[in-house]
Design a protein around this ligand. Structure first.
Ligand code: SF4
Ligand code: SF4
Length: 405
């Protein structure tokens, strides 16, 4: 128990290192935005009744389908120029603010394509959201994930904004990164991304690297983590490619990677965070985290808007926003004054999970991930289950005795 308490202190300290977050916690101290730190809810997600104002609202604007890269595993579909009109973003922000209770907080994200191709417009929407929340006594924080290759003055102004939580995509060492993350002419993007990461490290701002883990790079991920750590990166989100096929053998190699990654995480604590274990350790150690789920409202308390103004429960499901896109929600962003009439999201634990000892530490409440893997928002597949079990076991070993083997 003493070991767990000590580990919990480490995690809390780690959270406090994320100096850009200004959100109040159950302990009365600053904590990071839930999206940012990857903490999961320790309670079952509750459906919020229709027409109830939200304490938290997550709005993501897909600002363009265009991108300067052509990553081989990209799941967002064809790349075509479709910049979101100012009034579309303005209307979405207005509706989201009208969906917030007094003093509530808007989490406003920008997604693409490559969102920083629209950096100028993003700065305008950020200024608008700040002004509107200041007028109404509400709050706003921003988040954006970039491919790290857009270096205009406006892009840097957005990336370095005090109230923006930044994530940069980088798949490890240049050799690993360039395998999939190439431009339209086939050129690798690693050199540009490394330059961006070095400048961010030099600025001393907090940021996250999103590192895609696939069957073809499983064995190299530890090398990639060491590369990022040596660059000065201090937070990595290891993100499984859910859109590809994982064999049983890949699952075994994933388990081996999880053990190796936990060893690295333990060695670099408390100044390094790895999403797989931060969230599990927080849940297992019962670190008090105020429940404020904007992470997966899935249409209720969370909305994604396509450049066309079409509505989706999650930005990952917009794709090309083509007619017949299966998860599109009814309505259009220019029709209505709030988002309170969306039917509340329902979530039921899959029957096979109800007796699982890891239930409270399992993050398969992400309905989008479940949907991508099984076509059912409530049902995770074996890959998600394996990830949750193996990361929980590895984190628990670190918490219990500091040993991995
Ligand atoms: S940078 Fe992102 S949007 Fe662009 S091709 Fe790569 S994964 Fe797709
Ligand atoms: S670890 Fe697997 S069985 Fe347990 S709750 Fe998660 S998905 Fe269900």
């Amino acid at each position: 128990m003493r070991a767990i308490t000590a580990a919990a202190r480490l995690i809390i300290r780690h959270v406090h290192l994320r100096k850009r977050c200004k959100i109040q916690t159950a302990t009365g101290k600053g904590r990071a935005c839930q999206r940012h730190i990857g903490f999961i809810s320790m309670a079952e997600t509750q459906a919020i009744p229709m027409n109830t104002l939200h304490e938290e609202f997550g709005l993501t604007l897909m600002v363009n389908h265009a991108c300067n890269l052509r990553c081989s595993y990209c799941y967002t579909g064809a790349k075509f120029s479709s910049p979101m009109a100012w009034k579309t973003g303005e209307a979405a922000i207005g509706r989201a603010l009208h969906s917030l209770a007094p003093g509530g907080r808007l989490g406003l994200g920008f997604f693409g394509g490559e969102p920083l191709l629209e950096a100028g417009r993003i700065l305008e929407w950020m200024a608008f959201a700040r002004a509107e929340t200041a007028k109404t006594g509400k709050r706003v924080c921003f988040h954006l994930t970039t491919n790290g290759t857009i270096t205009s003055a406006e892009a840097w102004q957005a990336m370095l904004a005090d109230d923006l939580i930044l994530a940069v995509s980088c798949d490890g060492s240049p050799r690993m990164h360039n395998r999939h993350r190439r431009d339209a002419q086939g050129g690798g993007s690693a050199a540009q991304v490394e330059a961006t990461l070095r400048r961010l490290v030099g600025s001393e701002m907090f940021f996250t690297v999103v590192f895609v883990v696939r069957p073809d790079n499983l064995d190299e991920v530890p090398e990639g983590l060491k590369y990022l750590h040596a660059l000065g990166v201090r937070q990595v989100d290891l993100s499984l490619d859910l859109w590809t096929t994982w064999s049983a053998g890949d699952g075994e190699r994933l388990q081996q990677l999880i053990q190796r990654a936990a060893e690295l995480w333990r060695g670099w604590l408390p100044d390094f965070g790895l999403s797989w274990f931060d969230s599990k350790a927080g849940a297992l150690a019962r670190v008090p985290v105020e429940e404020a789920s904007t992470r997966c409202g899935f249409g209720s308390g969370e909305i994604a808007v396509a450049p066309s103004g079409n509505l989706y429960p999650c930005e990952r499901l917009i794709g090309e926003d083509a007619p017949g896109q299966p998860m599109r929600l009814p309505g259009h962003v220019l029709e209505g004054s709030d988002f309170l009439t969306q039917a509340p999201a329902t979530f039921a634990r899959h029957e096979a999970c109800t007796q699982c000892a890891l239930l409270t530490a399992c993050d398969t409440t992400c309905r989008c991930s479940n949907f991508v893997r099984t076509g059912d928002q409530n049902r995770p597949d074996g890959l998600l289950c394996l990830l949750n079990k193996a990361t929980a076991v590895a984190a628990a070993k670190v918490l219990a005795n500091g040993a991995i083997a």
